[in-house]
Design a protein around this ligand. Structure first.
Ligand code: SF4
Length: 96
């Protein structure tokens, strides 16, 4: 299993350093919740629980921007799974 630290739990390189994650709702949450083993069964329940935490997070937009900018490949960031972030990024690149 790959468990990557959440924004609130990692030391950012200087170019990424921002204070936004100090307001992260996941600071006191088990990081494994945000990196489920799959999208079905128990994984789906973890994703739903992670999204509920994100839904109450006051830095959700900053977190999503960070995840997109740094191309986070795994986990729930800013309330979106990796597949949802890929779709979000693809739609943002499409001409209107
Ligand atoms: S949006 Fe979710 S993953 Fe991002 S900082 Fe907030 S609680 Fe953590």
């Amino acid at each position: 299993m790959v468990v990557i630290q959440l924004p609130s739990q990692r030391a950012a390189p200087a170019e990424e350093r921002r204070d936004w994650w100090l307001g992260a709702a996941c600071r006191e949450t088990d990081p494994e919740l945000f990196f489920p083993v799959g999208a079905h069964g128990p994984g789906a329940i973890e994703i739903a629980r992670a999204k509920a935490v994100c839904g109450a997070c006051r830095v959700r937009r900053q977190c999503l921007r960070y995840a997109l900018a740094t191309q986070q490949a795994y986990g729930v960031w800013g309330g979106l799974t990796e597949n949802e972030r890929q779709l979000y990024a693809r739609r943002a690149r499409e001409p209107e």
